[in-house]
Design a protein around this ligand. Structure first.
Ligand code: ADP
Length: 160
């Protein structure tokens, strides 16, 4: 049984993340989307909100579950009997950081491997920060996130 963990901030989940989730869930027996509960990054959405948004957009995928985690990713991976970490690569700028991260994780936990899925060309430019920046200025984000997520972002910036 191949169990994958796809970790990230997902603040908020974009079509780029969603594409990686759909494609990796087709490869894995089970996929756990792991939302990092990071106090240092001061996210726009709380970890509960990010988890709920991911549950909402993945509800049609029966082998996907969403959880939050604190601390070391490899500890979370092992505690969940998973064996693979999934990461997405957009451009060469992602590569250096991702390489360092995956190599460090392999030193700490040699039995856990990282696999990379290259971005869907349609979403290669897309990041959560760009979406937030456009939304902050009232721009149209419908090409970047699911309609339900766009509404939550709009409400957040409107202070509803
Ligand atoms: P992190 O803070 O861990 O980088 P993110 O939520 O920004 O969290 O990203 C989580 C993962 O999703 C990373 O592997 C990132 O490279 C990948 N990712 C983000 N946006 C895209 C995209 N548009 N296409 C492919 N992968 C993406």
């Amino acid at each position: 049984m191949t169990v994958g963990v796809y970790p990230g901030s997902f603040d908020p989940v974009t079509y780029g993340h969603f594409d990686i989730i759909e494609r990796s869930s087709a490869i894995m027996d089970r996929l756990i989307v792991a939302v990092l509960n990071n106090s240092s990054k001061s996210p726009l959405f709380s970890v509960e909100e990010r988890v709920n948004m991911l549950i909402d957009v993945t509800k049609h995928l029966p082998n996907v579950e969403v959880r939050s985690f604190n601390g070391l990713l490899v500890d979370f991976v092992q505690a969940n009997q998973a064996n693979v970490i999934i990461r997405g690569l957009r451009a060469v700028t992602d590569f250096e950081y991702e390489l360092q991260l995956s190599q460090t994780n392999r030193v700490i936990a040699p039995q856990v491997d990282t696999i990379f899925l290259t971005t869907n060309l349609k979403y290669s430019y897309l990041s959560s920060s760009i979406v937030k920046e456009i939304a902050m200025y009232g721009g149209d984000i419908s090409a970047f996130v699911h309609p339900s997520i766009a509404e939550k972002i709009r409400a957040k910036f409107a202070g509803d």
